[in-house]
Design a protein around this ligand. Structure first.
Ligand code: TEU
Length: 554
């Protein structure tokens, strides 16, 4: 089967070259982002939960790796029902993670190393313990009552509509409040009541939160499920075509775009360098694209179909084609992400897909390592901003979390295992109790840890570092055009070009060799290898090795 043809994209900003362009382009188009999940990054006080102090003392890893920007998952005061995505105070730091002073220190440290910092902002819901909700549920006439979404039961006493929860589609998104006799809406856990963005006081309060952090100096925000903030006031049932998906995956109403335009205006008023990337958890790239607006909504939006795509060239070329088709018309800049704190890590996912397809040549570990390396080449050479999730630079797989070690209501513990810093028994997480940190380590942490992989120039960690360095030094990779190559079955290829520079990327998705010697009369043969996923050097022979990805200078 041939790869889906992809029309060459146009240059990002025609007419701008060299240094002039470097200044004209916003930093987040060139940046490699790195998601820090603070609970699992590094621990400074031995309580088994990562914290800001841990992050501060491990900055060296981030500068060595070469990332340009951090996205910090929530560190705010929270009862931790959803591990920080249930916020009880938007303008402070939970003592578990440190203090506001430490946050300021972190910002200074990051900026001194030329690393930007964006923080998670959770605008759709608060914790049930947030003082706003505590007041709202105290009486129907409470000042904050209308800050949340309340509805009477239907005549037969049942819930107002058929929406189902994100983590458990067998449950409604409504909880009955005995004291005031109404249901409140929560797309996630009942401990996470949805804010009512049609109430102007909510909009004002959430804008204040943005200002608070912008004035502290953050470079931007990752906005949690931002497509959910607007609700159709009629709260109609989901259409059967929704197929029983949780409502948070289906909610896509026009009123949200107006809210996002106002948020964008606010952020832009702090100067052109601040940005917002939205988590738009819709499963259609065309729908995600609408959240960029007319360059007046989100600067960037996550696009999840590629994250859910199996490791197959047909799926990936379709994802790439639909992403560029949907975004280029709007002059919107793509994002690419393989893993995050909500989904099984991609090395785990790709290997699972392989075992289903019955491929047996490789040992499991070798194949999944090779695929993770090839995926890194893909992630860091596509046109658009890449987001890494902590640990993927080590090729981490999910931890096996069983029994009472399971803590997440969404069953996502495996991908949140602590980052192993070294091969010692505690992997750099000594605890005062001597017990393991809040989650178990991934099963291969003894060998797959920062210290061991950093000292090995052939490791996946060293590959990530080399890819990031190449991306920094290459205008073609950072901003260049994208043109797909029609390669034989099993492989995907594209050319990235900018001014006089041109690179070809080849990715073999199979565990056997792919012969490319015939491609355009041997055009690729002899091109120098800039980076090979398996560390090979030299020139291209015409054959892509099993699970190998190459970047060639053309
Ligand atoms: O995730 C949104 C979301 O829709 C996912 O949680 C998804 O439903 C889930 O992973 C399916 O298993 C964001 C955050 O990234 C997530 O950690 C939070 O739990 C959620 O919002 C609520 O704030």
């Amino acid at each position: 089967m041939e790869a889906t043809p992809i029309a060459p994209t146009t240059d990002a900003e025609p007419g701008l070259d060299g240094e002039g362009e470097r200044h004209a382009e916003p930093w987040w188009k060139r940046a490699v982002f790195y998601q820090v999940y603070p609970r699992s990054f590094a621990d400074s006080d031995g309580d088994g939960v990562g914290d800001l102090g841990g992050l501060l003392s491990h900055f060296d890893h981030l500068t060595w790796l070469g990332v340009d920007a951090l996205w910090l998952s929530p560190f705010y005061p929270s009862p931790m029902v959803d591990f920080g995505y249930d916020i009880s105070d938007y303008c402070d730091v939970d003592p578990l993670f440190g203090s506001l002073e430490q946050f300021d220190e972190l910002l200074i440290e990051a900026h001194s190393r030329n690393i930007k910092v964006i923080i998670d902002w959770v605008p759709n819901h608060t914790s049930e313990r947030h003082p706003w909700f505590v007041d709202a549920r105290s009486s129907r006439s409470a000042i904050h009552r209308n800050w949340y979404v309340w509805r009477d039961p239907l005549a037969d006493g049942s819930v107002p509509n058929d929406w189902v929860q994100a983590f458990d589609p067998s449950k409604p998104t409504w909880t009955f409040d005995d004291q005031t006799g109404q249901f409140y809406l929560h797309l996630f856990e009942s401990a996470q009541p949805d804010l009512n963005w049609s109430e102007p006081a909510v909009v004002a309060a959430m804008h204040e939160v943005l200002r608070f952090w912008l004035e502290r100096g953050v470079d931007g925000f990752r906005a949690d499920v931002i497509h959910c903030i607007g609700k159709d006031p009629a709260l109609p049932d989901d259409l059967p075509a929704g197929g029983g998906l949780p409502h948070c995956v289906l909610n896509d109403v026009s009123v949200t775009h107006g809210h996002i335009r106002d948020i964008r205006t606010l952020i832009d008023s702090y100067g052109g360098d601040r940005m917002i990337v939205g988590e738009v958890y819709l499963l259609s790239t065309e729908s995600v694209a609408t959240y960029y607006g007319n360059n007046d909504e989100l600067h960037l939006a996550f696009n999840f179909p590629p994250l859910f795509a199996p490791w197959r060239p047909s799926d990936w070329s379709a994802c790439i084609a639909s992403t560029y088709a949907a975004l280029d018309d709007r002059h919107a800049w793509p994002t690419w992400v393989l893993s995050n704190h909500d989904n099984p890590r991609h090395r785990t996912r790709y290997d699972f897909a392989a075992s289903l397809s019955g491929e047996t040549e490789y040992t499991t570990a070798k194949r999944s390592e090779a695929r993770a390396r090839a995926a890194a080449v893909l992630l860091l050479t596509l046109r658009g901003t890449p987001f890494l999730y902590q640990g993927e630079e080590l090729g981490m797989i999910d931890a096996e979390v069983t029994g009472d070690r399971r803590v997440d209501p969404g069953g996502r513990d495996g991908c949140r295992a602590p980052l192993p810093w070294d091969g010692s028994a505690d992997h750099g997480w000594p605890t005062v109790t001597g017990l393991e940190p809040w989650l178990p380590f991934a099963p291969d942490a003894e060998h797959r840890n920062v210290a061991d992989l950093r000292s090995d120039p052939s490791s996946i960690l060293s590959l990530y570092r080399a890819l990031i360095a190449l991306r920094h030094s290459s205008e073609a990779l950072a901003l260049g055009t994208f043109e797909s190559l029609d390669l034989p079955d099993g492989a995907l290829g594209y050319r990235r070009a900018r001014n006089a520079e041109s690179l070809v990327v080849l990715v073999n998705f199979t565990d056997g060799p792919v012969d490319l010697s015939e491609y355009r009369q041997g055009l690729l043969i002899g091109m120098p290898v800039a980076i090979a996923s398996d560390g090979l050097a030299g020139t291209f022979t015409g054959t892509l090795g099993a699970d190998q990805a190459l970047i060639l200078r053309s």
